[in-house]
Design a binder for this molecule. Structure first.
Ligand SMILES: C[S@@+](CC[C@H](N)C(=O)[O-])C[C@H]1O[C@@H](n2cnc3c(N)ncnc32)[C@H](O)[C@@H]1O
Length: 254
């Protein structure tokens, strides 16, 4: 691929507004929320895969690390891909009554797959939930075939959604925000800082991409939900931590 990614033309202000509006349904109507995000994610993956290989998703194996119950399954299957979610948490695997044939139980930090196994390895909003996100990124690259695509997207800690349900108090510290949530709600947050929620920075993603060197070619690093004209934010240290919100790192395995 050379030049501007095809996906850039989809990254309009209208799309950003649509996605932002769907975020408030995450807890109350997951089907509505995930439906919109699933379509957008399949478009993202399809565009980069086509830029890279000249082919659509037909026949491609897509490993979705931390795919929960497989919210994205229908979109990828409809596109002709062989979709395999990997998920360590059995209760997440059965959330929303979904069952995806071929779903695998396992952790992104030690993927139960051989080297060079899949055409596309994706993780969406998972890295901030694992204690060693960059080991997970290395694992994802390991299982991706030479010439295949890896897409790693996560919520940046200092962004507006970094604290998840404990935000915006995470700006005063993750532990403080978690304790405050418990005090106010009478229960632990689902995303508990230090256990299932971690402070992952945008700078770390940029550095991981730069480090892949001889293992991968960097295709794009951009804010997932922003319009194209705001993608420059990833290049500004400090500001990117506050405003990028969700960083996507896209690489092709050498
Ligand atoms: C916020 S959900 C993201 C679900 C979906 N990928 C999406 O984009 O909406 C985070 C998921 O990461 C999973 N997860 C947590 N630790 C993980 C690990 N070590 N390896 C893989 N997935 C993990 C959680 O169980 C959960 O299903």
């Amino acid at each position: 691929m050379s030049g501007r990614p095809s996906f850039a033309r989809r990254a309009t202000l209208r799309r950003s507004a649509r996605l932002l509006a769907s975020f408030r349904h995450e807890q109350t109507d997951p089907a509505l929320f995930y439906g919109g995000v699933a379509t957008d994610t399949a478009d993202l993956v399809r565009d980069f895969y086509r830029d890279l290989t000249g082919h659509g998703l037909d026949g491609a194996t897509v490993l979705d690390v931390g795919g929960g119950p497989g919210y994205f399954a229908d979109e990828f299957t409809a596109a002709g891909a062989r979709y395999i979610p990997v998920e360590p948490d059995p209760s997440e695997m059965h959330a929303a009554g979904l069952t995806v044939p071929g779903a695998v139980r396992g952790s992104g930090m030690a993927l139960p797959f051989r080297d060079d196994a899949v055409d596309i390895c994706l993780s969406s909003n998972v890295a901030e939930h694992v204690p060693q996100p960059w080991s997970m990124a290395d694992e994802m690259l390991r299982v991706t075939k030479t010439g295949g695509l890896m897409i790693f997207s996560y919520t940046v800690w200092l962004g507006p959604f970094g604290g998840h349900e404990t935000g915006p108090w995470h700006y005063l510290g993750g532990e403080f925000a978690a304790r405050r949530y418990r005090r106010k709600q009478g229960r632990e947050p689902k995303n508990r800082f230090g256990r299932s929620l971690f402070a992952v920075t945008a700078a770390e993603g940029v550095r991981w991409a730069a480090r892949t060197g001889d293992r991968a070619r960097v295709l794009a690093v951009f804010p997932r939900y922003h319009p194209r004209w705001a993608w420059w934010l990833v290049r500004i240290p400090g500001l990117r931590e506050l405003l990028v919100s969700n960083l996507v790192v896209v690489v092709a395995k050498r």
